[in-house]
Design a protein around this ligand. Structure first.
Ligand SMILES: *[C@@H]1O[C@H](CO)[C@@H](O)[C@H](O)[C@H]1NC(C)=O
Ligand SMILES: *[C@@H]1O[C@H](CO)[C@@H](O)[C@H](O)[C@H]1NC(C)=O
Ligand SMILES: *[C@@H]1O[C@H](CO)[C@@H](O)[C@H](O)[C@H]1NC(C)=O
Length: 196
């Protein structure tokens, strides 16, 4: 699938179909205003995730494109990051809380970093995603990265190895979708539209 198509279609859907629900503010955790570099890191990340999804060695025995998407349910990024002026169930959203939105994005990035760093990856297929994720977190957010994470090395029975690969496929698809949303939202913030 071409990146451009990926970038716009499902993201629009996501942003249009979700309504803002959370309104409480959380502490500011960002390193500064959203700039070109944020947008750049987010683009590389999306590119590397999309590339990882093509690595068949991660999903052997599974056709990942036929699997469902597993989203991170610990955050509500699409809903708190809905742009101002978006009409939701007939009601136009009038506020955009940048800090709240960035807090959810930061939690997403940490969630996926912790998950991916714990995956066995003998062929290094996840390495580009992990490294762009690390750079994005370190250069744009303030929460420190999780410490050195031990890869599971114990013998796993074939059946649960299959389930692990299946889970990785679904989670990575969810990460791709979340990353598309993040790309769109950062471009929106960088444009300054949300302050008008
Ligand atoms: C990650 O994506 C970037 C941007 O497209 C690309 O330049 C880079 O080569 C990718 N990383 C790897 C190791 O594939
Ligand atoms: C992954 O690495 C193994 C050896 O570690 C190799 O046999 C296999 O061909 C590699 N698979 C891919 C798709 O590169
Ligand atoms: C995986 O599924 C997709 C969509 O159903 C199909 O187009 C593709 O050919 C399948 N790939 C393999 C290797 O079976």
């Amino acid at each position: 699938m071409p990146l451009i198509q990926l970038y716009f279609t499902p993201a629009l859907l996501l942003l249009v179909l979700t309504c803002p629900q959370v309104s409480q503010s959380m502490p500011v955790m960002v390193k500064g205003p959203v700039t070109d570099s944020w947008v750049f890191y987010a683009q590389i990340l999306l590119h590397n995730i999309t590339d990882a999804l093509t690595k068949d060695n991660l999903f052997s025995g599974i056709n990942c494109s036929q699997q469902s998407v597993k989203l991170n349910m610990e955050t509500v990024t699409p809903s708190v990051c809905t742009p101002k002026g978006t009409t939701c169930s007939g009601i136009a959203k009038t506020e955009f809380d940048q800090n709240l939105c960035l807090t959810h994005i930061e939690k997403d990035l940490h969630h996926y970093y912790t998950f991916l760093a714990a995956q066995p990856d003998p062929n290094g297929s996840l390495a580009p995603t992990l490294s762009s994720l690390r750079e994005f977190i370190e250069n744009s957010f303030t929460l420190p990265l999780p410490g050195q994470l031990a890869e599971t090395t114990e013998e796993v029975p074939p059946e649960s190895q299959y389930n692990k690969r299946l889970n990785l496929c679904k989670v990575l698809k969810g990460f791709q979708l979340r990353s598309i949303t993040i790309n769109r939202v950062l471009s929106y913030m960088k444009s300054g539209e949300h302050t008008k």
